[in-house]
Design a protein around this ligand. Structure first.
Ligand SMILES: [Zn+2]
Length: 321
């Protein structure tokens, strides 16, 4: 099931174990679980990219951030991916949520000890999602609020050389991270860029919030990034001649199909865009949840000098049962 170009393995360094040291202030990102654009006629697989970001905090202390913990159907794979690097869930110091869709957030309880970073609009929206928003079920806000949330927004510095980039459009408060790595500026984009083709087309395939905002987000990410970590695809870059160069190999094994099914069909689907029905109602909701977000401001440590978010000083509360 290989597709796209063959990746040059030397471009994505692999490490057997994961360690950050005080002497190395350059942050780095590593894919823990690959993202896939896999849809089936039996339902959505929803396999988002899960990325580990390592670097130093404002005090020069090594920290590990997990970007998008994925859904519960991948929990054991996430445990395994951490274990292969000699890590357990407790080795993760903080979690960043690109947005609150089901397939990106469900494993947050694995990291109950860690502050969960989310954009204030996304948090407010998740408490009152639109009735047609099938990717943000009504229970989303409830599972987020069980954890210790830290609201972050544009320019906030999470680690040295790691900043929040606002990416609205797919959802109200989508965020990504820019990582000033040795390989250039990495941008971890979540579903602001589902897959590489989005970078060429310039349109988000699933718009729950604002089509224009989604377009601007894609164009901004493509302009700023040397390397893009998309929501549901492999790490890639856009070349000077405007084509896609994948930096990871594609690998997937599908089990329990051939023995029990007569046929497995592969279908090439043309790019299309789904815009949530009644999306115009989101404009009316915007003011309401902006107010809700504003009311909570100041309840968590805010940005200080050089936009540092002191997230590591947040005491996680024991999750409510
Ligand atoms: Zn999404």
């Amino acid at each position: 099931m290989a597709r796209g170009r063959q990746a040059d393995e030397s471009q994505v360094p692999r490490r057997e174990s994961s360690t950050v040291t005080r002497s190395d202030s350059t942050p780095r990102a590593e894919v823990l679980l690959q993202g896939y654009s896999l849809d089936t006629n039996a339902g959505l697989a929803g396999f988002c990219m899960v990325t580990l970001v390592e670097g130093l905090d404002a005090n020069g202390e090594p920290k590990r951030i997990l970007f998008d913990p994925a859904h519960v159907g991948r929990r054991t794979l996430l445990w395994d991916a951490l274990a292969r690097r000699g890590l357990g869930p407790k080795a993760i110091d903080g979690v960043v949520l690109s947005h609150s869709h089901w397939d990106h957030i469900q494993n947050i309880d694995v990291f109950a000890h860690a502050p969960i970073m989310i954009h204030p609009y996304e948090r407010a929206y998740s408490l009152k999602p639109h009735r047609n928003d099938w990717a943000t079920p009504a229970w989303t806000g409830a599972i987020l609020e069980r954890q210790r949330l830290v609201e972050v927004s544009e320019g906030d510095q999470i680690l040295q050389g790691v900043r929040v980039v606002e990416m609205p459009g797919h959802t109200p408060g989508g965020i990504g991270l820019s990582v000033e790595s040795e390989a250039g500026l990495l941008v971890i984009a979540g579903d602001a860029l589902h897959h590489a083709r989005v970078a060429l087309i310039g349109e988000n395939p699933l718009v729950f919030w604002d089509r224009e905002a989604a377009r601007s987000t894609i164009s901004r990410v493509v302009k700023m990034a040397d390397v893009i970590y998309p929501g549901h695809d492999r790490v890639f870059r856009v070349t000077k001649d405007h084509s896609i160069e994948y930096l990871e190999e594609f690998q997937m094994t599908i089990s329990n199909v051939s023995d029990s099914l007569d046929d497995l069909d592969f279908e090439v689907v043309k790019p299309s865009q789904w815009i949530m029905p009644d999306i115009q109602e989101q404009r009316a909701a915007r003011a309401e949840f902006e107010m809700a977000a504003g009311a909570r401001r100041g309840q968590v440590p805010g940005s200080v000098e050089d936009c540092w978010v002191q997230w590591w000083e947040v005491d996680p509360e024991v999750p409510k049962r």
